[in-house]
Design a protein around this ligand. Structure first.
Ligand code: ATP
Length: 582
């Protein structure tokens, strides 16, 4: 298949805001002539998916990314289109979109030359060339990358240049999240609504256990839907973490859980997915990044203290104050992560691992086992004598009524935790990868009148500050994710909770632009728009209705608590989450 043919479909997808139309266009790509979907004897379904996602491999893969310095991207473009890097910077500043800028420049170049040097590229050549950029390492790697990119740009058409630019920024701006792509693919395998729902559930489950959409889609087409049904946890492949719903303390936890339930301390550290196979240990973050190298001390502890030969465990890693032996804050753990010399810092900030779930034991999937069985496996997996309290099963209690819940919550807070995560103990209390259902419910605050949970929102715009904040940003426009469209919709403005340190970070790191970014929706206009990459956690008093927002909601008394560097834009609070709190 020609890359140009893919780009034409992407351009049509980008033009529509109708979800069904988007999906049917996306299906067209995979319903092409079967010969088009094989190149050099290899099916190309995976490469098509990766190109649509704006990546070469799934994020957790650990393979090199494009990693091109902005200066080199400008230089490569300048070479290919014959315009100076400073002029390109000007155009880019205005549009805030590298893809549009490259497409525009390429078109101008085309108009000024009689014969273009365009040579058609297939999906495989495009992917291979991009992979070549990623793999250029060693001395002068940036110059090598620059030369390859300028070669690609020289041979491609304006439309292809646009999507190459988007790919470089890892933002295809199609308005299609992975789950929408799955929905679209499931329609190809089904002949009626019932079957489509079933196929979608199978694909989603497969993707949640093996979060590599390219591989899942290729497997479904080549080996059939049955092979997707058989996917189970594998050492080295991160499972999408199970997530919790939220409720206010006064709400009926007993009713929601359908009777007695388990409550566990909610530790305020970093989520850690532990993969163990003999002496081999891999650690994944909440975002499924491989963070093995950040915790050499954790690796040693796991090697010594986790009894099963093979296991996948869900845990929280926290910093410990070496003087008091008590749990330290999330910020202290993050400080440690920022240090280059981790070895020295390991003494100053020791860690403790709290295990709360088990997804695989000696090659056997535990996903379908009920909570109590998995909890028993967690407890039996830890060698208490060897680990000296450095790896523990998270504190847990079975709760039978409201008073017991409140008493356990208060104990949890006294011990320096964030509250509780309550967990169903019903026979169907399975581990549900990637799901935010009611089997797990978090309880963070007893105070009435406050939101039952904090929100993680993306900064989409800024207003200049006054007085003490003159010359810096004074307030921030925050957006929540509309999970159907993938757009970020303005939900509130915040100016409280900004420490001087945070003000500096935001001033230096936010990428401001003149025009509203394509995936942002806001009725109100800030002094500057922001390319949404930074996420802040906010607390608020109430969700109120608001005519000034496309969501119909706003937040009363919002205040920033901290930056959330551990979350991706796809993981921020959704408009639906906020609606639920109204
Ligand atoms: P979420 O992870 O639900 O999107 P979040 O990242 O904002 O939300 P919280 O809302 O604070 O985090 O709560 C969920 C997180 O709490 C989990 O992702 C996990 O890292 C952490 N956690 C701490 N203790 C537990 C526990 N006992 N069981 C499950 N999760 C726990």
């Amino acid at each position: 298949m020609l890359f140009m043919d893919l780009c034409k479909v992407l351009a049509r997808i980008e033009k529509t805001s109708k979800r069904l139309e988007m999906m049917s266009l996306f299906q067209e790509i995979f319903q092409s002539d079967p010969n088009e979907l094989v190149e050099d004897d290899e099916p190309i379904h995976d490469k098509l998916i990766y190109l649509c996602q704006g990546k070469l491999h799934p994020d957790w893969h650990g393979m090199p990314e494009l990693n091109m310095a902005k200066k080199m991207v400008l230089k490569a473009t300048a070479r290919a289109v014959g315009v100076s890097p400073s002029r390109i910077t000007e155009i880019l500043k205005k549009s805030g979109d590298l893809g549009n800028t490259m497409g525009y420049l390429k078109k101008k170049k085309q108009q000024s030359t009689l014969f273009g040097k365009e040579e058609p590229m297939t999906i495989t050549t495009t992917w291979n060339e991009l992979e070549r950029i990623a793999n250029a390492t060693g001395e002068n790697s940036q110059s090598k990358k620059m030369r390859i990119l300028s070669g690609i740009l020289a041979r491609c058409s304006p439309l292809e240049a646009k999507y190459i630019g988007r790919f470089i920024e890892s933002k295809m701006r199609l308005g299609m999240a992975d789950l929408t792509m799955i929905d679209a693919i499931s329609r190809i395998f089904a002949s009626d609504d019932e079957q489509q729902k079933e196929c979608k559930a199978i694909l989603e489950r497969g993707y949640n256990i093996y979060p590599d959409l390219g591989t899942i889609v290729k497997k479904a087409f080549i080996e059939g839907m049955k092979s997707i049904k058989q996917i189970s946890p594998v050492f080295g492949i991160p499972i999408r973490p199970m997530l919790a719903q939220r409720l206010e303390a006064s709400a009926g936890f007993i009713d929601k859980h359908g009777g007695s339930f388990a409550a566990e301390y909610k530790l305020d550290g970093e989520r850690l997915q532990i993969h163990k196979d003999g002496k081999d240990i891999i650690l994944f973050s909440r975002r499924l990044e491989n963070i093995t190298n950040q915790f050499p001390d954790a690796i040693r502890l796991i090697q010594d203290c986790i009894k099963p030969v093979q296991a996948i465990l869900d845990a929280e890693i926290v910093a410990i104050n070496p003087e008091t032996g008590k749990i330290d804050t999330f910020q202290v753990l993050m400080q440690r992560k920022r240090k280059h010399d981790i070895a020295a810092f390991m003494q100053e900030v020791p860690i403790r691992i709290y295990i709360f779930d088990a997804m695989m034991l000696d090659g056997r999937s535990l996903l379908e086992e009920p909570y109590l069985k998995r909890r028993e496996i967690v407890e039996n997996s830890i060698d208490d004598e060897k680990c000296d309290g450095n790896i523990v099963a998270v504190e847990q209690s079975i709760i039978n009524n409201h008073d017991e819940l409140i008493a356990f919550f208060e104990r949890a807070i006294m011990e320096g935790t964030e509250g509780l995560v309550t967990k169903s103990i019903a026979p169907d209390s399975t581990y549900q990868p990637g799901a935010r259902g009611w089997l797990w419910i978090k309880l963070k605050s007893l105070a009435d009148g406050k939101l039952p949970d904090t929100l993680d929102l993306a900064i989409i715009g800024v207003n200049w500050g006054e007085g003490r904040r003159a010359g810096r940003f004074g307030s921030f426009f925050l957006g929540a994710m509309n999970h159907e469209t993938g757009n970020l919709e303005m939900i509130t403005k915040v100016s409280s909770g900004i420490t001087d340190e945070l003000a500096d970070i935001l001033y230096n790191d936010l990428n401001t632009v003149e025009d509203i970014p394509p995936n942002v929706i806001s009725v109100e206009q800030p002094d500057k728009w922001v390319i949404p990459t930074m996420i802040v956690e906010i607390a608020g008093d109430q969700v109120t209705s608001s005519d000034g927002s496309t969501t119909g909601f706003s937040i009363r008394f919002p205040r920033i608590l901290r930056l959330r560097k551990d979350k991706k834009i796809e993981d921020i609070s959704t408009v639906d989450d906020i609606k639920q709190m109204a």
